[in-house]
Design a binder for this molecule. Sequence first.
Ligand code: HEM
Length: 132
Amino acid sequence: MSKECKELSFEEIKQHNDRQSTWFVINNDVYDVTTFLNEHPGGEEVLLEHAGKNATEAFEDVGHSTDARERMAEFKIGTLVAAERTADIPKKNTTEWSVPGPDAPESSLKSWIIPVALGLVATVAYRLFFMS
Ligand code: HEM
């Protein structure tokens, strides 16, 4: 079995909870960040706080960049055993855009009032300044 698909349980992960060996779980994947402690831009303390635990929520709360997410791959040592997996927490730094549908309350009203009002103001101003 390759290193990437090793299945690990919290029973084993929680033994790695100090700077000698720092493991945690993010989105059901297991990371060994022992060699990254000194390098982590957010400092080693936050990583050690989550050592041996599930760090998913803390990791997502920070809103890590795509760059940070790409770096994670270097430290992945396995995945959580199926029985201990939880539903993924959606990424915080991916903004979800939604366009209001035709039934969205007030949407059509609001989108008309401003341009129409601006048009009226412009017409009045034009007449006042250039047609007098
Ligand atoms: C393998 C796991 C991790 C990697 C590769 C990683 C990487 C990074 C990187 C590259 C940054 C710089 C900012 C950015 O690019 O987003 C950062 C910042 C930070 N990280 Fe992590 N990180 C990991 C896990 C964690 C965890 C578990 C926490 C727990 C709370 C955490 C907390 C922070 C904090 C507080 C900052 C500073 C944010 C700021 O100054 O605005 N990181 N991390």
